[in-house]
Design a protein around this ligand. Structure first.
Ligand SMILES: [Mg+2]
Length: 218
C-alpha cells in the first residue's frame, strides 16, 4: 500500500460532522516566504514575479532562472532541513480551531514523503494538530474518498487552481475555496472565482466555510 493510501486508511472521521480538507503551503504556511529565506541562505534569490516555483530561483544578478533540476534539488533540501522555518498564515490556526469544534479537519498536502516528519512537527508546533495525509499529484481522488465518509457537507481549501479543478472533477459536491497566503503571490495566482470562491484572509474564509458547512446555529 502506498503512503497516501495508508494515510487515508488510518484517518478516522466522525461521519456525522461536516468536513474541512485543507492544504498546507500558501494556505496554512507562508511557503514562498520560508522557501525564499532558505534559497537566500544557499546564495540564490527567489524572485516572486510570476506564479511559479522553480522558474523563480536565480543566481544573484542573473536574468535566466536556475535550471529546473537545481531548483528541484533546493526544494527537496528545503523539505529535508528547512521545512520548520515556515511562518504560519495569519489567523489560520484560530480559524481551524474554531471550525474543528463542529467539523472534521483533515490536512491534505503534496509535500514530498521525505519531508513527512518535519511537516508533522511543524503542524503540531503551530497548532494544526489534525490528521495529515501526504498526497501526490491531483487531490481530487483523495478529497472524494474523504468526503464519501461523512454524511454532511465538505469543503476543500487550496491555493492552486489545478487542485481546485481536480476536486471539482472528482468530488463535485465538495465546496471549493482558493486561498493564497503570500501577499506578493495574490495578484499573480491564476483564479476562477466563478467556479471556486477566492478568499485570501482566514477570518473571512472561516465565515464562508461555516456558511458552506451550515455550521451557524449549531
Ligand atoms: Mg499549496
Amino acid at each position: 500500500m502506498d503512503a497516501r493510501s495508508l494515510d487515508l486508511k488510518t484517518c478516522t472521521l466522525d461521519a456525522h460532522r461536516p468536513l474541512v480538507i485543507v492544504d498546507v503551503d500558501e494556505v496554512l504556511a507562508q511557503f514562498m516566504a520560508g522557501f525564499g529565506a532558505f534559497v537566500a541562505r544557499h546564495g540564490f534569490e527567489l524572485r516572486v514575479d510570476r506564479f511559479a516555483l522553480f522558474q523563480n530561483i536565480y543566481r544573484p544578478g542573473e536574468t535566466e532562472h536556475l535550471d529546473l533540476i537545481a531548483g528541484r534539488a533546493l526544494f527537496d533540501d528545503f523539505f529535508r532541513d528547512g521545512g520548520e522555518d515556515l511562518e504560519p498564515a495569519a489567523g489560520a490556526a484560530d480559524a481551524l480551531a474554531d471550525l474543528s469544534l463542529n467539523a472534521n479537519v483533515v490536512i491534505l498536502t503534496n509535500a514530498p514523503e521525505h519531508g513527512r516528519q518535519t511537516r508533522a512537527r511543524w503542524l503540531k508546533t503551530h497548532g494544526f494538530d489534525y490528521p495529515l495525509i501526504i498526497n501526490s499529484g491531483p487531490k481530487g481522488p483523495s478529497a472524494a474518498d474523504l468526503a464519501g465518509r461523512v454524511k454532511a457537507p465538505a469543503v476543500f481549501v487550496d491555493d492552486l487552481l489545478p487542485q481546485l479543478e481536480s476536486v471539482a472533477a472528482s468530488a463535485p459536491a465538495v465546496g471549493r475555496f482558493q486561498m493564497v497566503a503570500d501577499e506578493r503571490l495574490r495578484p499573480l495566482a491564476p483564479s476562477a472565482p466563478d467556479r471556486h470562491a477566492r478568499i485570501d484572509l482566514w477570518p473571512d474564509l472561516k465565515v464562508a466555510i461555516r456558511e458552506a458547512l451550515a455550521l451557524d446555529g449549531r
